[in-house]
Design a protein around this ligand. Structure first.
Ligand SMILES: Cc1ncc(COP(=O)(O)O)c(C=O)c1O
Length: 340
């Protein structure tokens, strides 16, 4: 193991069901001839299921410390982050305002899946176009101004909770992974590759940071589900720089520590190709595990496609981080049903 670097976690509020289990996928491992484990971050909760709640533990602690009564955040129409935020806010007695992206705000998408849950949690939803979403900071500011004028105390959470503070959630996840791997035995002898989906970058930033702080020597591979490698190296690089400025007195990672596996965006963000859905179906039938079509399904499809080309490409042991998102399957039920 590399030398760990001393650090102290910021304060957090316990929201996630952690530590999550590390489960071996026996049949998948046999198929490719390498050890494949899933880190079950889809088990972090039901309403709070997935990776976002790990970030929210730190972010919402900060919000509460500042006396916030409302959180404002943003995402795609079926954002897992927004759904998790709406419910986590309620656990703390806060209100939420969600800026959700949709092509035609006059005709928003049906109330189903994550949107249904957002509404159930009483979130205020404001529909904005993709063009307006580009200017989301301005929309955040307007919403915040209105809430302040009405005597409220808003707290803004940027897209995906992907800030330096939110990234601590995945530093904590690396802490768990180190213990998970130690419990398998031979901890230091088997090189381990950790694979996860990249959507707004905070999860990968936290994994990279945690790997360095804890001296864990994992190879980390992020699969981008939108945009491209350059875009995410810049986005994640900025989060890492901010993290180091705020919390460390030294630079321990650089952009060079961010490995992005590009080439699996397919038809685009939240758009599925038949082969990705087939991979989701086949895994459900092989291992009894359900992935989502927007993030984990694409990252998993990338992983098995690379393994099919070269079973040794990730080394002898892989940990795939299942970051949740199950509700994302329901809006595309008809497309999935074509496979049956
Ligand atoms: C289910 C799921 N997995 C992975 C990701 C990607 O995480 P991040 O936004 O931190 O890159 C997201 C959100 O974007 C998500 O909702």
């Amino acid at each position: 193991m590399a030398q760990p670097i001393p650090f102290q976690y910021p304060e957090r509020i316990k929201l996630a069901q952690t530590p999550t289990p590390l489960e071996k996928m026996e049949r998948l491992s046999d198929k490719f001839g390498v050890e494949i484990y899933f880190k079950r971050d889809d088990y972090t909760g039901t309403e709070l299921s997935g990776n976002k709640v790990r970030k929210l533990e730190f972010i919402l602690h900060h919000a509460v410390t500042l006396g916030a009564d409302t959180v404002i955040t943003c995402g795609g129409a079926q954002s897992n982050h927004c759904r998790a935020t709406a419910f986590a806010a309620k656990r703390l007695g806060l209100k939420s305002v969600l800026l959700l992206r949709t092509p035609d705000p006059e005709n928003p998408p049906p109330i189903e899946a994550n949107i249904l849950l957002d509404r159930l949690a009483g979130a205020t939803i404001i529909w904005i176009t993709p063009e307006q979403y580009q200017q989301r900071d301005q929309y955040f500011a307007w919403q915040a101004e209105q809430l302040v004028a009405a005597g409220g105390c808003p707290y803004i959470i940027p897209e995906g909770g992907s800030t330096a503070l939110g990234s601590w959630g995945y530093v904590a996840a690396v802490d768990e992974l180190v213990k998970d791997v130690a419990a398998l035995g031979q901890a230091d002898t088997i090189p381990t590759t950790v694979i996860s989906a990249v959507g707004s970058g905070g999860t990968t930033a936290g994994l990279v940071m945690g790997n360095s702080l804890l001296g864990s020597d994992f190879r980390l591979v992020g699969v981008n589900v939108c945009d491209d490698k350059d875009y995410f190296q810049n986005v994640i690089g900025r989060i890492l720089n901010d993290f180091q400025d705020r919390y460390l007195d030294q630079q321990v990672v650089t952009k060079a520590d961010i490995e992005i596996l590009d080439g699996y965006v397919g038809r685009g963000y939240a758009l599925s190709q038949p082969q990705e859905l087939e991979a989701i179906r086949d895994l459900a039938r092989l291992e009894g595990v359900v992935l989502d079509p927007v993030y984990t399904g694409k990252a998993y499809y990338a992983m098995i496609s690379e393994l099919e080309k070269n079973p040794e490409c990730f080394g002898p042991r892989i940990i795939f981080v299942h970051t949740g998102g199950l509700f994302g399957l329901f809006p595309i039920a008809e497309q999935v049903a074509e496979l049956f």
